[in-house]
Design a protein around this ligand. Structure first.
Ligand SMILES: Nc1ncnc2c1ncn2[C@@H]1O[C@H](COP(=O)(O)OP(=O)(O)O)[C@@H](O)[C@H]1O
Ligand SMILES: [Mg+2]
Length: 381
């Protein structure tokens, strides 16, 4: 988008000289307070709204020169409350687009069934009508319908805003999973900064009057907000939240203080010197922390163990998760487990603190989600 302005007939300037380069095959989030021009911006991309000034290019081609019908077919559109056809079954709602594109009835239904599975809907729901589905399920149908024509671009306008937080989290996770598989170019509108930070590879923060306040990857927004408006909009705990963009894989684990409940005197002697020992069962699953005094009693399992808090998985979880474990742990040590829940070691709050300082020194992390499709074709030349 190159210096795009939208002035509505009544004089309202909804979008003011907006310039954005939206990368291919990743999620770009437009976020900002109500009325700041997000919907208008999104609708200019599929020409439901025409800009008053400026140009929008798609793969280097001016949108104005493309027939609206071709353009809309290349762009799926998802809105709040899904916008489903109330008098059609779920399967027919999703099959509508392939049918419109001239596919046969059978083929269209097959495609619809495939998409239901993709968005996590049980096939048995296909015969129902929209009112017979929960809000979250309807939103999934909306996403499936938008994907039906397999468009390269997906425009999503506050698609998850009307559902409760638990369902919303499920829908967000599902979108990230689908995006991993399909690699669409997604422009996602929300007023929820946490949603923007979770989903966006790039985030455009807009302010009232349709002006761009900052365009940056989420970790950079958190570390370097452009001004007071962006900082206020991001809210509290910026530093802690930014840690979720750093992996915990590099933390150095120690197994010194880890003992099995049936440990012999020899193993206990080897762990000598630790202020606390992490006791595991014979399968290496954590049981709790013991003070060395309890250990000499020689009865670990029955001893009064301190809770070990919530363990983290190095490689999967972030530094934020590791820090949280250490903070919750009564000993100040975080417990690391593998994906099966078996203890791989422990790490002190101090070691995590050092890793955080190193991470800060290294600047902003590359976004793991952006790494895979490195093909960042810019919309503007
Ligand atoms: N059709 C319209 N005519 C006049 N003003 C409009 C129209 N649509 C939106 N607006 C105004 O443009 C501004 C931006 O609206 P919108 O893009 O819907 O914001 P957002 O999606 O961020 O809430 C608001 O002040 C809104 O009232
Ligand atoms: Mg809106």
């Amino acid at each position: 988008m190159d210096s795009v302005t939208k002035r509505y007939p009544d004089g309202t300037v909804a979008v003011d000289r907006l310039t954005l380069e939206i990368p291919d095959r990743s999620i770009t989030v437009l976020v900002g307070p109500s009325g700041c021009g997000k919907t208008t911006t999104l609708r200019m991309i599929n020409r439901m709204v025409e800009p008053s000034e400026g140009t929008i290019l798609l793969d280097g081609e001016d949108l104005q020169r493309q027939p609206v019908t071709t353009l809309r077919r290349s762009m799926g559109y998802v809105i709040q409350n899904a916008g489903l056809f109330q008098h059609r079954t779920i399967l027919d709602n999703i099959a509508t687009v392939p049918r419109m594109l001239g596919r046969g009835k059978q083929k269209s239904r097959e495609r619809a069934a495939e998409l239901m599975e993709r968005v996590g809907l049980d096939a048995s729901l296909g015969k129902r009508y929209p009112y017979q589905l929960s809000g979250g399920q309807q939103q999934r149908v909306g996403v499936a319908r938008a994907l039906a024509a397999d468009p390269p671009v997906l425009l999503m306008d506050e698609p998850f805003s009307a559902v409760d937080p638990v369902v919303r989290k499920g829908l967000q996770d599902e979108l990230l999973r689908i995006q991993d598989e399909l690699g669409k170019t997604i422009v996602f509108v929300t007023h929820d900064i946490d949603e923007a930070i979770k989903l966006g590879t790039m985030v455009a923060v807009m302010r009232t009057g349709g002006r761009l306040a900052q365009f940056a990857p989420p970790a950079e927004l958190l570390s370097d907000p452009a001004d007071d408006f962006v900082e206020d909009f991001l809210g509290a705990d910026r530093g802690i939240r930014r840690l979720s963009f750093f992996p915990s894989a590099a933390l150095e684990l120690t197994t010194g203080p880890v003992v099995r409940a049936d440990a012999g005197a020899e193993q206990l002697a080897a762990a000598d010197g630790a202020a606390h020992l992490l006791v595991t069962d014979a399968d290496d699953r954590p049981l709790g922390w013991a003070a060395p005094d309890d250990l000499s009693a020689g009865d670990l399992a029955a001893g009064r163990l301190l809770p070990y808090g919530r363990p983290f998985v190095p490689g999967t979880d972030s530094l934020r998760a590791a820090l949280d474990c250490a903070v919750l742990s009564p000993t100040g040590w975080a417990v690391a487990v593998d994906t099966d829940g078996r203890v791989t070691g422990v790490v002190s709050q101090q070691a995590i603190g050092e890793a955080i300082r190193t991470a800060h020194g290294a600047g902003n992390p590359g976004d793991a989600r952006a790494e895979e499709p490195a093909d960042i074709t810019k919309v503007a030349p």
